[in-house]
Write a protein that binds this ligand. Structure first.
Ligand code: MN
Length: 252
């Protein structure tokens, strides 16, 4: 029988490491279910072809909100590749100061992405929502009805009440180590229902000991999450793999 994954890294940029093939091989060797997100649909063919026959790594088709200003014209290419994938991301909204100018365009792009996913059905999305939690949830509520797809909020930074709203909308949360660096954040992570938790590194954008994180750092993330939620690492590891199994097998 095929060995189930030991760990889950539901949001990592494997193609931003020095060598994509090596990063994939490392995740496979360590049995880490890794969702290799992309930031532009142009990156899809290579990520897809290198991951599709692996046991534990899957690629996601993305159009990153921080790139919408320059790459909005790639939306038709994103639509073209959509039938090839079950996983979508990185997509979403970013209202941070550097990207606020493109916010209206980002909303249009994200609305279209959600609509296409709802039409297709069965997609699983990893969603960025920096400084835009409310708008992100509004668009999900409007364009991706329950049962037409599943959303995993990556590096969620909203409030406790926004987290509750996301839970009501059926969202999962992929938690990284930087989300548990202070009390306020840890408090939010503690408030999430355990059946909606996944883990991520967001490598190489997060840091571990002053260096970019690697897929294998997910072990430490699970340990930190267990500590944060006052349970054992074994129970947390099992919870995360149960959640992944349910999400992948049932799409809800
Ligand atoms: Mn990311």
């Amino acid at each position: 029988m095929k060995a189930p994954p030991r760990y889950v890294d539901f949001h990592c940029h494997l193609d931003l490491y020095p060598d994509l093939g090596t990063a994939i091989a490392e995740a496979v060797k360590e049995r880490i279910f890794s969702l290799a997100v992309t930031t532009t649909p142009k990156a899809w063919p290579r990520n897809h072809s290198l991951t599709k026959n692996t046991r534990y790594v899957r690629a996601a088709l993305g159009l990153h909100p921080q790139l919408v200003a320059e790459r909005m014209h790639e939306l038709p290419l994103w639509e073209h590749y959509l039938p090839e994938t079950r996983y979508v991301g990185e997509v979403g909204l970013d209202a941070g100061p550097r990207f606020f100018r493109s916010f209206e365009a980002q909303k249009q792009v994200f609305a279209r992405i959600l609509t296409r996913c709802a039409e297709a059905g069965g997609k699983i999305l990893t969603v960025h929502s920096v400084r835009a939690t409310r708008d992100t949830l509004d668009l999900i509520e409007k364009h991706l009805p329950p049962g037409r797809g599943a959303v995993v909020l990556h590096w969620f930074t909203g409030s406790l009440s926004e987290a509750r709203r996301a839970v009501e909308l059926g969202c999962y949360f992929s938690v990284n180590a930087q989300m548990m660096r202070d009390d306020r954040r840890s408090n939010l992570v503690r408030s999430l229902p355990s059946e909606r938790l996944l883990t991520e590194t967001d490598g190489p954008f997060t840091e571990v000991d002053g260096r970019p994180s690697r897929p294998t750092d997910i072990r430490a993330t699970v340990a930190t999450l267990a500590q944060c939620r006052k349970t054992s690492t074994e129970i947390m590891t099992q919870t995360i793999s149960n959640n992944l199994k349910r999400l992948v097998e049932t799409g809800i």
